[in-house]
Design a protein around this ligand. Structure first.
Ligand code: 3EB
Length: 336
């Protein structure tokens, strides 16, 4: 007699705890054993040692604090492992990892992006967490022209190629939520959240799906969705002043901000139609990336009025199109 057993995997919802340098030690102690990984945003190398945890230092100036830590947490025990170039942690439902290629400021970015994504896919397949849910991409000189092409476009070619070579269809929209920002130093930093089960991938009807952007934005389209629902948590990709596939309001940061907020509202509305239910602004975390530090007071004024209780980090970064002045990514979880 044949017994077909289907393993039932309880999906965990990721949690995000944001910490200033003064809060970090307490947060790490409070969530010990459940931490998936840490993104450390700081212009100068943070002195704090993360021990064994998967973590990445993102070399961006933080405008609102000295440094800013995103501590990704599971509701279950998370086990840290090492495997070739990776440090990652798994909770039976989610896997978080980071990959740093030290020399991304020299040479071509396309093969580095291809190698990074290929290595990530190999790890996920090997570990049995095949679904890429959310990716954070940071590398220097994103708007500089490399070998005949802007480096962000080179990055897109390598990323796209890695998806295709590993048989991961892009055209059906099973692509992770993501962000891609330019740093001023350091290598290619890629952090990723993956799952045993796919997420619910969200698109924005005001915007062309990024994986269908026309060829004027580069020879290969960027492989990301506008957001992903993982359990009851919503992870919104880097969102900017783009309607259709065109940049709106070049040169005007406040109007770009208004367009970005409208795009964020639409992504959240799309997620609600697919079951997202968090309402409490205290469960909302935003990263606001500004091309020019001088725009910080103006943008903060507007966002303070818009999002009272949310945790907001302001970072100075190059946005992946030279005419974009602001980009916002969001995480929203239910509060108990
Ligand atoms: C955009 O909407 C703005 O290449 O992974 C936002 C989020 C952007 C992710 C990526 C790029 C990426 O096209 C740029």
């Amino acid at each position: 007699m044949n017994h077909v057993t289907t393993e039932k995997i309880a999906v965990t919802s990721p949690r995000l705890v944001c910490a200033s340098p003064a809060q970090l030690e307490v947060v790490l102690a409070q969530y010990a054993g459940k931490i998936l990984g840490v993104l450390a945003y700081a212009a100068t190398k943070p002195g704090w040692l993360m021990g064994d945890l998967p973590y990445a230092w993102v070399t961006l100036p933080v405008l609102s604090e000295e440094a800013w830590y995103e501590v990704w947490v599971s509701s279950r025990a998370a086990v840290v492992s090492h495997d070739s170039e990776f440090r990652f942690s798994c909770d039976g439902s989610l896997l978080f990892g980071s990959l740093v290629f030290g020399d991304a400021d020299t040479g071509q970015l396309e093969p580095k992006a291809f190698a990074a994504y290929s290595a990530i896919f190999d790890l996920l397949d090997r570990m049995g967490y095949p679904e890429l849910l959310r990716v954070w991409n940071y590398f220097p000189d994103i708007n500089e022209v490399g070998r005949g092409m802007e480096r962000y476009r080179e990055f897109n070619v390598g990323r796209h190629e890695a998806f295709c070579r590993r048989g991961r269809a892009i055209g059906q929209g099973m692509v992770p939520a993501a962000c891609a920002l330019g740093t001023r130093q350091g290598g290619l930093v890629v952090c990723f959240l993956a799952g045993k089960m796919p997420g619910i991938y969200i698109e924005n009807p005001r915007q062309t799906n990024a994986y269908r952007y026309p060829g004027d934005f580069g020879p290969r389209s960027p492989a990301f969705s506008r957001g992903v629902l993982v359990g009851d948590a919503l992870l919104v990709s880097g969102t900017a002043s783009i309607v259709g596939s065109s940049t709106m309001h070049p040169g005007d940061v406040l109007r770009q901000l208004g367009e970005t907020l409208e795009n964020l509202r639409v992504v959240v509305a799309q997620a609600r139609a697919r079951g997202f239910s968090a309402q409490d602004p205290a469960g909302l975390c935003l990263n606001v990336y500004l091309r020019h530090a001088t725009d910080f007071p103006l943008v903060r004024g507007r966002l303070d009025a818009e999002f009272g209780e949310a945790r907001i980090a302001y970072l100075q970064a190059d946005v992946c199109r030279a005419d974009l002045l602001v980009e916002i990514e969001a995480f929203w979880m239910s509060t108990p």
